[in-house]
Structure formats: structure tokens, C-alpha cells
Design a protein around this ligand. Sequence first.
Ligand SMILES: [Zn+2]
Length: 399
Amino acid sequence: MLDAKFINAGWLIDGTGGSVRKNIRLQIQNGRIVSITGRDSVDSAEHVTMDFGSSTILPCLVDSHVHLCMSGTEDPVAREKQLGADFDDIQGIISEHIRRHLSYGVLAVRDGGDRCAYALRFRNEYHDIKKTPVDIKVAGRAWHRAGRYGSLIGRFLQKNQSLAEAVKNDPEEKEHIKIVNSGLNSLKEFGRETLPQFNSRELSDVVKIAGKCGRRVMVHANGNKPVAVALEAGCSSIEHGFFMGAENLKIMAAKGIVWIPTACTMKAYSEYMKPGSREAVISRMNLDHQIEQISMARELGVTVALGTDAGSTGVHHGAAVIEELKLLVTAGYSLPEAIRCSSCNGAGLLGIKDFGIISRGMAATFIGAKGDPSKLPDSLGSLDFVCFKGNFINVADEI
Ligand SMILES: [Zn+2]
């Protein structure tokens, strides 16, 4: 049996949301998982055995909402510089962000848009050259209504141009179409809702066009009405979804629409804003409200995918996954369930096959975190290894 390896591990979280298994042995061959057994199974001297008896193996993670062109820097001057950077500068920044994702075990990201479609260009021009195992799905430039929020992550419709026309004639080669359908969350007034930018007919036209070319529609929406019209149109996912309310969550569960709550953005704001300031208080309240909504989503059976909005102020590529996992656990998810939101649910949303679950027959793509599961998710910050299709990667050397 050429290329067979046995990997012993103290604990296994397999990405299905099921309970942690102890003392397991994975057999991998030709890049695939051949078996998962107890560690007491018979040793074979012919095979390489790697021992990670004091580590936890878990599936590679997915961050379903990032902005690769921006770092989470809290320095306004540095943010402005990044926003005005040209592609030559940006490609170095993106490479660094991808390296950070990899170092935290995030092997797939979905970029939620930037104003110059640099993430899309990077993916198309550099991804193969860099040979990173991190899969990048992109939304290019988002669409928003002129005069409304969205210029940071996309472009607005021209006068007399319908959303459907704009999407149909969009030359960008991307997997996801991003529509901005509300404003940002207010940090001045708790729960203030903005009007939808588009109606459900406009959005359902986009969903139809997207379906014909195998694309998915991701909708930035906060507040009851902006989310409701996006759900009515049958979008693939709701991004953020602050203050969407219980009725919308029920519809999401019934229609199988995925929710990416990006709760860690509000945690970051609450820590970044001046202590005791109105903004600090409101962002904390927004966070608490979002955690309640996530709890409800779990009970209602909504598919939640982990996304961090990395690139937002104080939300750092890679590291933010730890924060978001913790918030999912605060909302009532068990650790394996929270991991599933990232790994399995993220892979489903991004359309990545053979990824996100550790089981017999799947690609041998997983990570090892030092210590027992009680050290997670913090232990993602110092991984033992990343194994990509059977090859062990030294994360420090990548990119
Ligand atoms: Zn975003």
C-alpha cells in the first residue's frame, strides 16, 4: 500500500457536529481517508505512523465572509491607505491575509467584495502562482443603489439601469453575486433599521439570472424588511442579518437559506470604541441582540455558516475565526456544532466538495490543534499541522 500513513490523535471533531471522539487513528492513502478506528488497532511496521496523541484533529475551516483587500487595522490612516492602494500593493496585502487564514486552519474563504474587484483579480491572476491550498471564492464588486451604502465594497447602478441588467451584463467572473440591500448597523441608535435598497421583484430577477449561470446570490441585509425581501426573492445567503427578527429566521429555516451572522464585528467595535461612549454601549447591545438571534436560529434549525467580515475594523484575518466560534458557543452551540458552522456549512455555501468533514472516503484535509478540545478554539492560534489532501504543510513556510 503505497503512500499509506497512520495518524494517531488524542481527539477527533469530525465536522458533522457530533460528539468528540477520543484516541483515534486515521489511515490515509493517496490523499484520502481510508479508515478511522480506535488507536488500539494493530500497528503495521510497513507504514509511517505519525503521533499526535496530545492533539485534536478537526476539519479545515471556512470563513464565509471576508474582505481580503482590507486588514482589520484600527489605525484610520492605514485603513485609508489600504482603500486607496493600487493592485501591486494590494496583492501583497491579500497574500499576507491568505497566509494568516492558512495559519489558523482556514482553507477556504469567500470574499464579500471590494470597490476595485482586486480580490477577484488576485484570485484569477495569482492564485495558481502562489500555490496556496486556500480556496478563494469571490463576489467581485457588490451592487448597491446610488446614494446608499455600498461604495466600500462595490459600485452603484447607473441611472436608468435595472439591477437585472447590471447583473446580466457584468463581465466579472465570480461565483457569488453580492447585493447590498440595507445600510450599516447604527452605533448611535439601537436597532435603527434602514430601508431596503431593492424590492423582492428586483432581487428575484437577480436570483433567476444567477441560477442560469450557476452563481449564488449573497445579500447584505440588516433589519426586518431588507432581510424579508431578500428571503422572498430566494437568495442563497443573508450576510449580517442584525435585527432581522424571529419571523425571518423561521422563513430561512423553511427555505434552507444560509445565515452568516458576522457577530464578531460588533464585539470588535465594542472593544475599539471609547469605553463608556454611546458607540461602545450600542455595539455591545447589538452584539447581545445578535447572540440572541443566533440562539434562536440554532433552535429553529437555520443553517448558520461562520463568517467574520475580516477586514472590518478590529476584525483580523484568520484570528477572527476564533472570536466568531466563541460567540457561536456563547449563543448555545456546542464546540463541534460551532466547528460544523465553519467547516461543513461553509463548504456547502461555497460549493466546495470533498471538504469540511472528516470521514472515510473524504479527502485527507484537516488540521491538528495542540491539546484537548477544551483548548479550542484558542488553540487554532498555534496549530500542530495542516494536512491538505494528505500532504502535511508547514504553515509558517506558506506563501
Ligand atoms: Zn462584509
